[in-house]
Each structure stands twice: as structure tokens, then as C-alpha cells.
Ligand binder design. Structure first.
Ligand SMILES: [Zn+2]
Length: 211
């Protein structure tokens, strides 16, 4: 792994982390960002704020989640490793406690196989079907196997009473999808209690044939 590639990846992780924090997509010391470099993963460290994390602060873990170098990784780093193992084409994962997505993750009357309806074309194209994984306490590694198996068919997951985890072929792609998910969660809550027209099945299928 060239030092230049690693330096670029570290800078990109920090750029995305800052963007998430400054735009209010996560708060305090919540949220984590990772990028795959060969068989290693750069991930934001435990206890860090995405608003102030620096390139040299990042942890290095293996694809099995083991800590290889740098600071101690986020307690949620296992989720990133699980998503990247499940999705060989993915190189990046973002996880946040974004307000509207977290609010939807707390609703009692949602379909866990598909939490948000296809309200807009961009939700269908960037997120697709969004499964809701059952509640696990922070750092509970029993979530790992479930996240890995679900991520084989979905690049975006919503954790019950928690928040979204999104993988993508690049950091910017993962961030775009996370942001689309958050905006759709906001629309869903704004529309709550109103008669709503989601996209029809045939309209969703047309979008799949475009992408
Ligand atoms: Zn979290």
C-alpha cells in the first residue's frame, strides 16, 4: 500500500467526517466513517468527534475487525468491517445518529423488511429497500453477524433505536446515500398522518432498469 494512497484516504475520511458533523448529520461524539485500503480499513477512533478528528488520529483495523495500528477504533468499527466483508465492491462505510433517521428507527409501526416507502426517485436510486435491524446495545457484537448477512443484499441498513449504516463504492457515494436516507426519513415524518402517494411498483422498477 503506497504511503500516498493511504495519506489520500486518510484525508478523504476526515473530509467526509467533517462534512457529516458540520451539516448536523450526527452530533457530539457519535457517528463513524471508514475507508477500505486493500485488506485494511481506516476508521475513526473511539471517543472522537467527527467535527475535529484528524488524519493521524484514524485507527487501522483488519477485515475481521481486529485492531492493527493507530488509536483504538470506534466501538462500532465491527459494523464497518461486517459491511465491507459482505460487499466486496464497497470501499467506504458511514454510520451516524442522524435525527430523522434515528426518529424513524424508534417508530413502532414500521415494516422491518422495508422501513421507508419509495417516496422519491432519488431514494430508490441511492438507497433502495431499507431493512430495519433489531435493537442491540452499543457495542453488542451479536449485531455483527446480522449486519453482515443483511448487507449482502442491502448497502443501507437502519439500526433499531439507533441510526443508519451505509456502504458505498466511494466515500462520497456512501455519504450521498446516507444524506438521501436522512432526507427521506424527514419527508416520511413530515407526511405522517397525511394521505401519501409513494412511487408505484412499476415506477420503482423503471428506476432499477435505468441504474
Ligand atoms: Zn452508533
Amino acid at each position: 500500500m503506497s504511503a500516498l494512497l493511504e495519506a489520500t484516504a486518510r484525508a478523504q475520511v476526515v473530509d467526509v467526517a467533517r462534512s457529516i458533523f458540520t451539516r448536523g448529520l450526527t452530533h457530539g461524539r457519535t457517528g463513524n466513517v471508514s475507508a477500505r485500503l486493500g485488506d485494511r480499513i481506516l476508521v475513526t477512533p473511539t471517543g472522537s468527534s467527527l467535527g475535529t478528528v484528524a488524519p493521524d488520529d484514524l485507527s487501522v483495523i483488519g477485515l475481521d475487525g481486529e485492531h492493527l495500528d493507530g488509536s483504538a477504533p470506534s466501538k462500532e468499527a465491527f459494523l464497518h468491517a461486517a459491511m465491507l466483508r459482505a460487499r466486496p465492491d464497497a470501499t467506504a462505510v458511514v454510520h451516524t445518529h442522524s435525527t430523522y433517521s434515528a426518529a424513524v428507527s424508534c417508530l413502532a409501526d414500521v415494516d422491518p423488511a422495508s422501513v421507508l416507502p419509495p417516496l422519491t426517485a432519488y431514494f430508490v436510486m441511492r438507497v433502495g429497500t431499507l431493512p430495519l435491524l433489531p435493537y442491540h446495545a452499543p457495542g453488542d457484537a451479536t449485531l455483527e453477524r446480522l449486519a453482515e448477512s443483511t448487507a449482502r443484499n442491502h448497502h443501507a441498513l437502519l439500526l433499531r433505536n439507533h441510526g443508519p449504516v451505509v456502504a458505498g463504492p466511494s466515500l462520497s457515494n456512501a455519504l450521498d446515500a446516507l444524506e438521501e436516507l436522512e432526507q427521506t426519513a424527514k419527508l416520511f415524518l413530515l407526511l405522517h398522518g397525511r394521505a401519501t402517494r409513494a412511487l408505484a411498483q412499476v415506477e420503482v422498477e423503471d428506476l432499477h432498469s435505468l441504474s
